[in-house]
Design a protein around this ligand. Structure first.
Ligand code: ADP
Ligand code: MG
Length: 327
């Protein structure tokens, strides 16, 4: 079973709640009522050795920091502010004390940088390193940026560059010469050192102009599919407008591959993917410029279901076999 089918199956089973829930399964975070001014948002993500990272090219500190960063990215995807974390960590008994200490420093340093308090967790022995973190945050009442608000005609935007993380992974996985060329540093950094889009996310929330939003963890095609599933819409992605960096283009060429493919189907960029109604585009562009939100328009939401890719004058249905599949 594919990951998304599995999540759809469990969300069908969980449509009745015993307790107050504003949004359950289906968004970057669950949303719960908190007080008169704020809602509480909760997310959980796991990083597993051999699936999400290899010890050969991640330092223990980077493993810890990334496991916290990907959770903060989900809080940012809702426009919220992270507050608390629960950290569950598993590692083989033979792992050195220094290694574990550095890994935990990565988690704790990243949390401290965002003013997050680690309030609990669990430690177990496991065959590989495995870190699962739950982050709890707050967001202004009823203001959370959700996946389910996209409307037909909305323009699709993405912050920063897409495909760099996948390009960086290509470099890290290279056999033989490991020395980095100048243009390889930024993509490698994007893969190893995730930087959640906190400032951009808060600006998007404050603009009041964003209909839907999520963070790009699995590539724009996979992730726009999730916005569309939640919103009951379709989308056309403009392949010619994808924000692909000079570095990713060079790394693509080195590998005889089109870097647009890294942007469409590569994962782990942790940029923000969001939509704005067409009538608000001029206002939004002005707001984005004043608030230093670097966003590119890369598509449109459609009333017709299905995800299409427009390249030159041609439009074709996306090839979902290429979607990153964890199973
Ligand atoms: P993200 O990529 O933002 O972390 P996911 O694709 O992992 O989001 O998850 C999509 C939705 O499915 C989220 O609301 C998440 O909480 C929910 N989800 C994922 N796995 C499970 C599970 N095993 N049980 C319940 N809910 C889950
Ligand atoms: Mg997410």
């Amino acid at each position: 079973m594919r990951e998304f089918d599995f999540i759809k199956a469990i969300s069908k089973k969980k449509s009745v709640f015993f307790n107050p829930v504003i949004k359950g399964i289906g968004d970057d975070c669950a949303i719960l009522p908190f007080n008169d001014t704020h809602d509480m948002i909760i997310t959980a993500d796991s990083l597993c050795e051999g699936v999400h990272f290899k010890k050969s090219y991640f330092s223990p500190w980077q493993i810890g920091a990334k496991s916290m960063a990907v959770n903060i990215s989900d809080i940012c995807a809702m426009g919220g502010i992270p507050k608390y974390a629960v950290v569950c960590i598993g590692f083989p008994g033979k792992t050195g004390d220094k290694y574990i200490e550095m890994m935990y420093s990565g988690i704790a340093d990243f949390a401290e940088n965002y003013g997050i308090d680690i309030i609990g967790g669990d430690t177990i022995s496991s065959p590989q390193i495995n870190i699962t973190i739950t982050v709890i945050g707050l967001v202004e009442k009823s203001m959370a940026l959700r996946r389910d608000g996209a409307k037909a005609g909305d323009k699709i935007f993405v912050t920063g560059f897409l495909g760099d993380s996948h390009a960086g992974l290509k470099v890290l996985a290279r056999k033989g010469n490991k020395k980095l060329r100048d243009y390889e540093y930024l993509p490698v950094k994007k893969h190893l050192a995730v930087s959640p889009r906190f400032f951009e996310a808060r600006a998007l929330l404050q603009s009041g102009l964003v209909n839907s939003c999520m963070d790009v963890s699995d590539g724009i095609i996979s992730d726009i599919t999730r916005i569309c599933d939640e919103s009951g819409t379709g989308a056309v992605i403009y392949a010619d407008n994808l924000p692909v960096s000079y570095s990713a283009l060079k790394i693509g060429a080195d590998n005889h591959e089109d870097a647009a493919g890294y942007a469409l189907y590569g994962g782990e960029d942790y940029e923000l993917l969001f939509t704005v109604a067409e009538k608000n585009i001029a206002k939004f562009m002005k707001f984005a410029a004043l608030n230093c939100v670097n966003a590119s328009q890369t598509g449109v939401i459609t009333g017709k279901k299905g995800i299409y890719i427009k390249q030159g004058a041609k439009i074709h249905k996306e090839d979902n076999k290429k979607i990153w599949n964890h199973f």
